[in-house]
Design a protein around this ligand. Structure first.
Ligand code: FAD
Length: 285
């Protein structure tokens, strides 16, 4: 269980996502075999919006847990789930020896109407957390948090109040949305600690290794981009190799500073790239 890892100074973990095409599943297994060599404390697997690809999430999580022998954290999104399908999903994960879940609300999938989204069975991640805790008290439950607040939140106070609800329902840890300026995380940690949220927080780091990656990532996450990073992107707009190197170095600097500040965990959004993840780990840990 991930819980048993918290005696370490800084927990190291990363995220992978299931490939779109079934045939590409072996590519992700190969990537995982490479990431395994770094001996991460856990590897998380994303869940397609509205439950698309959920079978692949479970298959990949089982590979991580049973073949790589690394703790697997399976993402689960509330959108698209009701009581029966949640019970079924938790049973499937348990059958596959996966004991750790990241409980999320999820966003509206393109295939869902606004009405269907609004009428979802579990409204928020906190509803999912409460039910998972009741059904499977032995599961490790992580949840998402947003150092720059969730884009839909009315205020920072509201966002932190709902985060506290997730903690009160028994979340074991939080993983942050990506951020590119560590001071944003330090301020957030101060605020949530003074609000009485004391569970470990894993800092989510997204290495920007391609010029066009930032646009997609930022529009999805709402994360702000410091001048230093936007300057790098402008500088390497015609130089993919240079961008990959500079983006990896930017992430290494972020991680080194976070470890020096005593963060509890570093979670790399690997984008299924074992070489970049490995470089960051070897340079910063
Ligand atoms: P919630 O905690 O429900 O929060 C959503 C909004 O509602 C916030 O504004 C919050 O303040 C507010 N809120 C929370 N609780 C309440 C309440 N009880 N009453 C009223 N308002 C409330 N998406 C995927 O589809 N698949 C993934 O695998 C995936 N992985 C992710 C991993 C991480 C680490 C992160 C940070 C995000 C991930 N996402 C994923 C995206 C996530 O689904 C979206 O950010 C989504 O918009 C919110 O999910 P949440 O669990 O934070 O929702």
């Amino acid at each position: 269980m991930i819980k048993e890892k918290y005696n370490k100074k800084t927990i190291f973990s990363c995220e992978v996502f299931p490939p779109k095409r079934n045939d590409d599943i072996y590519d992700i297994f190969k990537t995982l075999d490479e990431i395994k060599l770094l001996n991460p404390d856990f590897i998380s697997v994303t869940y397609g919006a509205g439950g698309s690809n959920s079978k692949k999430t479970a298959t990949i999580a089982a590979y991580i847990q049973n073949i790589c022998e690394i703790e697997a954290l399976a993402h689960v999104t509330a959108v698209g789930l009701d009581e029966n399908s949640l019970t079924e999903l938790l049973s499937e994960l348990k059958r596959k020896q996966v004991q750790n879940v990241l409980a999320l609300r999820g966003d509206k999938p393109r295939t869902m109407t606004e009405e269907e989204f609004e009428g979802r069975y579990y409204k928020h991640a906190s509803d999912l957390i409460k039910v998972i805790k009741e059904k499977s008290d032995d599961m490790y439950i992580a949840a998402a948090c947003y150092p720059e607040i969730h884009p839909e939140s009315k205020s920072r106070e509201d966002d932190i109040r709902y985060l506290k609800l997730k903690a009160d329902y028994g979340v074991d840890s939080f993983i942050t949305q990506m951020f590119f300026d560590n001071d944003i995380l330090y301020r957030f940690l101060e605020d949530i600690r003074s609000a009485g949220i004391n569970v470990p927080v894993h800092a989510g780091i997204m290495p920007i290794t391609k010029v066009n990656q930032l646009g997609t990532s930022v529009s999805l996450s709402g994360s702000s981009v410091p001048k230093k990073l936007s300057n790098l992107i402008a500088k390497y707009s015609e130089d993919p190799e240079g961008m990959k190197k500079a983006g990896t170095e930017y992430a290494i600097d972020q991680v080194t500073d976070l470890i020096a500040h005593g963060v509890e965990g570093i979670h790399i959004y690997s984008m299924n790239k074992s070489d970049v993840t490995s470089e960051i780990y070897k340079a910063a840990f």
